[in-house]
Design a protein around this ligand. Structure first.
Ligand code: NAD
Ligand code: GLY
Length: 376
């Protein structure tokens, strides 16, 4: 199967995303050629390290590279101040310098946490992303957003810090739990819904082979990276257009915060899936789009095994006012109005800067009134 390379063109900070099966075995050779020194830290989580760290370490040893492994707990709760401190302590205790390298080997949690640590330790140590979840391969490893969560909300503390290289081995996704694969798939669908209606139609036809690991998997990942790279090149720091990539995230992040980042209840990509349906439903409510569109999107996400409505989240949720507080933290409020990503049709998302808070609250009240806590 072919290896694809997508370049993110950011002048001196440009980098390649190399995508293809069984790359992790060859990754060490690619990495060795990128290393400015012979010392590096590898930050990973307990799940990923158990499967991939030993062989990865062995193959790097061939190049006489000194490795400092840093293993943190798996899951969203590791995107926190205490875990960030542990990672930074390990890097400083090993006396890594600016000219050394930090590798993020794992999903989006590891990429966001490691990228943030790399961006702030000694005011910036070079880092390489080796994303091992589908979500990280199609979204979080690309574009340089790094950070952690706080009790006030998701990703509220962080920096823009681009990696030097991204290596996405599409075969490592075979060990990813199906639920996590589905969650990553939601971010792939997102690109179609933003401004790639042809890609969405292609996914409707080909999603099964994306899941089963055919050539379509590499193609879907490469297309997603290409779409994202193009946006990031035009608007690296989200002064405008990049906000489109947050389609579904305003509702999704609020739901993640509301569920206390509890993976038993909701993981990021699931929040995005529900959030994207809500964003489309809300667009219908504002007479911007047709209800057929919502049904089409809901059907596709549901067929791929994703949750599509608030009622699919187990356990109780806070009231609409609390959700509004999280939403207000996530997106800036100006004179009582919110910025939202809405749509006018399939692949016609746009940034709406004047959404009245009262409309959003009324919409949420309606959605929450249908939420039954099945665990009671
Ligand atoms: P994650 O990092 O928690 O990984 C999901 C789970 O899969 C974890 O339990 C992990 O241990 C396991 N895993 C990962 N790769 C595996 C493999 N190959 N085999 C077996 N298990 C594996 O979560 P995620 O879904 O990858 O990322 C979600 C995070 O990404 C969220 O925090 C979200 O906010 C962030 N994100 C960031 C950006 C960005 O631009 N920086 C974009 C989208 C999402
Ligand atoms: N995932 C949103 C962004 O990278 O901007």
């Amino acid at each position: 199967m072919k290896t694809e390379t997508v370049t993110v063109n950011l002048n001196k900070r440009s980098y390649d995303i190399v995508i293809g099966p069984k790359l992790i075995n060859k990754a060490t050779k690619i990495i060795a050629s990128h290393l400015p020194s012979t010392r590096l830290a590898i930050v990973t989580d307990a799940n990923v390290s158990a499967i991939y760290l030993p062989t990865f370490q062995e193959s790097l040893a061939e190049y006489d590279i000194g490795i400092i492994p840093v293993v943190v707990d798996a899951g969203e709760k590791s995107k926190s101040f205490p875990v960030l401190e542990t990672v930074i302590d390990s890097i400083l205790a090993a006396k890594l310098e600016r000219g050394d390298t930090i590798i993020a080997l794992g999903g989006g949690v590891i990429g966001d946490l490691t990228g943030f640590a790399a961006g702030i330790v000694r005011r910036g140590i070079g880092f390489i992303q080796i994303p091992t979840s589908l979500l990280a391969q199609v979204d979080s490893s690309v574009g340089g957003k790094t950070g952690i969560n706080t009790t006030h909300g998701k990703n509220l503390v962080g920096v823009f810090y681009q990696p030097k290289l991204v290596i996405a081995d599409t075969a490592v996704l075979d060990t990813l739990p199906l639920r996590e694969f589905r969650a990553g798939y939601a971010e792939i669908v997102k690109y179609g819904l933003i401004d790639q209606p042809g890609f969405f139609r292609w996914l409707e036809k080909n999603w099964r082979t994306v899941f089963s690991g055919g050539a379509e998997r590499v193609e879907a990942i490469a297309c997603s990276c290409r779409f994202k790279a193009a946006v990031v090149e035009r608007d690296e720091h989200e002064a405008g257009e990049r906000a489109l990539l947050n389609l579904g995230h305003t509702f999704g992040h609020a739901l993640e915060t509301a569920t206390g980042y509890d993976a038993e209840r909701l993981i990021h990509g699931e929040g995005v899936a529900i959030g994207m349906v809500l964003a489309h439903e809300f667009s219908v409510r504002l007479n911007l789009a047709s209800s057929d569109l919502v049904e089409r999107i809901r059907r596709h996400l549901h067929t791929a095994g994703l949750p599509t409505q608030i009622t699919h989240i187990p356990g109780s949720l806070p009231d609409a006012d609390t959700l509004m507080t999280y939403i207000a933290q996530d997106k800036k409020v100006t004179s009582g109005a919110l910025t939202f990503i809405l749509t006018r049709g399939l692949g016609q998302a746009f940034i709406a800067k004047d959404v009245p808070q009262a409309e959003v609250r009324a919409f949420l009240l309606e959605k929450l009134s249908r939420h039954i806590d099945c665990r009671r």
